[in-house]
Design a protein around this ligand. Structure first.
Ligand code: C5P
Length: 292
């Protein structure tokens, strides 16, 4: 038996940190949405009880350190299922990039195994299990547009952004989320983005206001570690993107562009400076299954 799931990348339209918690995590307030850059997760039943994993990319771990592997293991523990599975990850989302690629692979594995093993779990139940794997996994289970609070696991769905294009540019070096949060000083944040302004802009489907409300408190932290982030931001502005921001803990920078033709032009202009550049459509709409 076999099934397949798409695992889309996420971007942060806003990312605010409210406080550092006693457990070491930060209470966040983020507006997140998805773009049509996908990994593909193929799940095949195998004899025995082992979990096997391989990937088209040498950059991701092929064992327990891979969040998709962890997802299969935790799902089996929670449900008592003792079945074997082979997980194949076709990797298209840049790794360690601030695009939740690993989290989305884990979420897609949960959705796919729920179907393959006929578990009948709701997306809500899968999201709850996902929270044990990583802070962004619950969001990725739904892969819609949402305000994420708490550690990132408390979700409130909101309207998807208006149709537009997104240019993504990933600097050559990846980054560790824990490293970036470790350097954040919440009491020294100079500018907090306004979640309510962003939500209003989305409700009104006002792309200009969406662009005007974008902000990420981790951006200055990552910029101080990687000069390439500010360089790419400048270039992206210069080449004509309307709103430019770093996603998550970075280092990927994204630019909002209303028209496809301009998005493609910006990609071509950026290619000389950056290897991993993509023009993708904004997605962000809720769907119960990302299968097709
Ligand atoms: O939950 P996840 O494993 O993805 O988080 C990676 C790291 O990012 C955590 O170990 C923590 O250092 C940091 N983090 C945080 N506050 C959050 C989410 C992540 O400090 N809300």
């Amino acid at each position: 038996m076999y099934t397949s799931e798409k695992a889309p990348a996420k971007i942060n339209l806003t990312l605010d940190a409210l406080r550092k918690r006693p457990d070491g995590y930060h209470d966040l307030e983020m507006v997140m949405t998805t773009v049509d850059l996908y990994d593909r997760i193929d799940l095949t039943s195998i004899d025995g009880t082992s979990i096997q994993l391989d990937s088209s990319s040498g950059l991701v771990p092929q064992d327990e350190r891979n969040l998709a592997y962890l997802a299969a293991r935790i799902l089996r523990e929670k449900t008592g299922v003792r079945k074997g599975v082979h997980i194949r990850i076709e990797k298209n989302i840049p790794v360690a990039a601030g695009l939740a690629g690993g989290s989305s692979d884990a979420a897609a594995t949960l959705r796919g195994l729920n179907r393959l093993w006929k578990l009948g779990l709701s997306l809500e139940e899968l999201a709850q299990i996902g929270a044990e794997i990583g802070s962004d996994v619950p969001f990725c289970v739904y892969s819609n547009t949402a305000i994420a609070r708490g550690r990132g696991e408390v979700l409130e769905p909101i309207p998807a952004p208006p149709k537009c294009w997104v240019v993504l540019a990933k600097p050559s070096q990846g980054i560790s989320t824990a490293d970036v949060f470790g350097r954040l000083r919440v009491d020294q944040i100079e500018q907090h983005p306004s979640t309510s302004h962003m939500v209003d802009a989305l409700k009104k489907q006002d792309l200009k206001a969406v662009i005007g409300s974008m902000g990420n408190v981790l951006e200055p932290v990552t910029m101080a570690m990687h000069k390439e982030v500010s360089r790419l931001k400048e270039k992206m502005h210069l080449f004509g993107a309307s709103g430019v921001l770093m996603s998550g803990s970075g280092p990927t920078v994204f630019g909002i562009v209303p028209k496809e033709s301009r998005a493609k032009r910006i990609v071509n202009s950026l290619k000389g400076f950056c290897e991993q550049v993509y023009a993708v459509r904004m997605l962000g709409v809720h769907r119960s299954s990302l299968l097709d």
